[in-house]
Design a protein around this ligand. Structure first.
Ligand code: HEM
Length: 457
């Protein structure tokens, strides 16, 4: 299997909208790929994304869990589903989720206040935030409240276990072979957790189908939308393709499970690292807090509304700069479906897998001077003029970019704003970055957490 690692590049997007593959020149190995071969190449002058399909080497490990959901499907199936699922992320659907984000954040804050009162002032915020994003997602996808932040939930434990097992298996090349893996204790645990997660999703779909009228489903769901939040399951039941055909139950399960997988860890990583960066830069932390205080000054309860999301430009710059420095997903993989001729005449043959390093692209010193420095002003509207849109790609780019990016940005803004209103963060142990399925802090992300007095709010 040939692999080319690409990054530090995407400097010159050319006329095509797709992120994809022309490799230009050799560079030294990037910091995030200790196991990668020495050939590292830079992407430039992209050709249309249609020529590159996803590499399934790693994604195949997720297949028993996520089935043919958007992340793993390909070809016509993927195009049809992508079109059908896009309305699920329309702002009309996302707007009511703001209340869900607020409620889940409140639960986390109450826990933090109790812990601090008991003397636990140093917290692994990554663990807490992961549970909180899982709590929100389970409510947005299934309208199900498992109270997982307050007491153990079998379903949430299974999702956490599946993610951990997939990351572990990814490192054990021999166990990529199914017949070996499923003989191991980990393989059996993976199978068990998969069954539990699927049973949960199937049960919600069956229950929802049972309560749907046999006719007039559209009218029923539209009426529901007027009185109640439509969750993703509702939207997946409602969606139709151009021929008026809906999704099968198996398809709905795959898409719902994919949202649960793609949506929690990524957002938790984004949020944890931005709190870390703000803990290291108290001046930026204070400026964000003041903006939120100003915005919510005369408001009770202190909740962020949809229209407020554009009223927090500095906080948004802080999130973006954090996603640059600590992108939740550090690389994506694509397989060339045709030969690609490089400008110097060399050819990347059809079938080669290209690893595109988001991390290295975000640390390219010719685009980002002093790339290791956290500087939100890089995203000041004045400073982004003239910069390639492909220089900053935390959500990837092109047709197979992240469908959940507005959901994720909305959640991160709401959680960060409300959290800075109630707590101050100071640095603790310096974390080591550990790229697994997502960019994790090894051993957790520990920060000192100080509740703010009501007066300070
Ligand atoms: C900070 C948060 C997030 C980041 C940084 C992120 C990043 C990404 C990236 C880089 C990809 C491309 C993966 C690849 O090509 O291999 C992707 C795909 C995807 N993301 Fe996200 N994501 C985030 C949150 C979410 C959320 C909240 C959801 C859903 C609720 C979601 C759903 C998806 C799906 C379904 C895909 C596959 C899209 C396709 O292939 O058509 N993501 N994401």
């Amino acid at each position: 299997m040939a692999v080319a690692v690409a990054g530090r590049g995407l400097l010159d997007p050319g006329p095509h909208p797709g992120l994809d593959l022309h490799l230009l020149q050799q560079l030294s190995p990037p910091p995030m790929f200790p196991a990668a071969p020495k050939t590292e190449l830079v992407l430039r002058s992209p050709v249309p994304a249609a020529i590159a399909s996803k590499d399934m080497e790693f994604y195949n490990l997720l297949k028993p869990w996520l089935g043919d959901g958007l992340l793993l499907s390909a070809g016509d199936k993927w195009s049809r589903h992508r079109r059908m699922l896009t309305p699920a992320f329309h702002f009309n659907i996302l707007k009511p989720y703001m209340k869900i984000f607020t409620k889940s954040t409140d639960i986390m804050h109450t826990k933090w206040e109790c812990l601090v009162t008991e003397g636990h002032t140093h917290l692994d915020i990554f663990e807490h935030i992961s549970l909180m994003t899982l709590d929100s997602l389970q409510k947005c996808v299934f309208s199900f409240d498992s109270n997982c932040q307050e007491k153990p939930s079998e379903y949430i434990a299974a999702i956490l276990e599946l993610s951990a097992l997939a990351a572990k298996r990814n490192q054990q090349i021999l166990l990529h072979m199914d017949f070996l893996y499923y003989l191991t204790p980990d393989g059996r645990r993976f199978r068990r957790a998969c069954r539990l997660v699927h049973d949960f999703t199937d049960a919600v779909i069956q229950e929802r189908r049972r309560t749907l009228p046999s006719e007039g489903v559209d009218d029923f769901l539209k009426a529901k939308a007027k009185t109640k939040t439509l969750d993703f399951i509702d939207v997946l039941l409602l969606t139709k393709d151009e021929d008026g055909k809906g999704l099968s139950d198996k398809d709905i399960r795959a898409e719902a499970d994919t949202f649960m997988f793609e949506g929690y860890d990524t957002t938790a990583s984004g949020l944890s690292w931005v709190l870390y960066n703000l803990a290291k830069h108290p001046e930026y932390q204070e400026r964000c807090r003041q903006d939120v205080q100003e915005l919510l000054r005369d408001r009770e309860p202190k909740e962020i509304e949809w229209d407020d999301l554009t009223q927090l430009p500095f906080l948004t710059m802080c999130i973006k700069e954090s996603l640059r420095l600590h992108p939740a997903i550090t690389y994506i993989a694509r397989r060339c479906t045709q030969d690609i001729m490089l400008p110097d005449g060399r050819v990347i043959p059809k079938g080669v897998i290209c690893l595109i390093s988001i991390f290295a692209t975000h640390h390219n010193p010719s685009v980002w001077p002093d790339p290791e420095v956290y500087d939100p002003f890089r995203f000041d509207p004045e400073n982004i003029k003239g910069r390639s849109p492909l220089a900053f790609i935390p959500f990837s780019a092109g047709p197979r970019n992240c469908i959940g990016q507005t959901f994720a940005m909305t959640e991160m803004k709401v959680v960060l704003a409300l959290t800075l209103l109630r707590f101050r963060f100071l640095p603790d142990k310096e974390p080591r970055r550990k790229p697994e399925l997502i960019l994790r802090p090894e051993g957790g992300l520990w920060l000192q957490v100080e509740p703010l007095s009501t007066g300070a709010q």
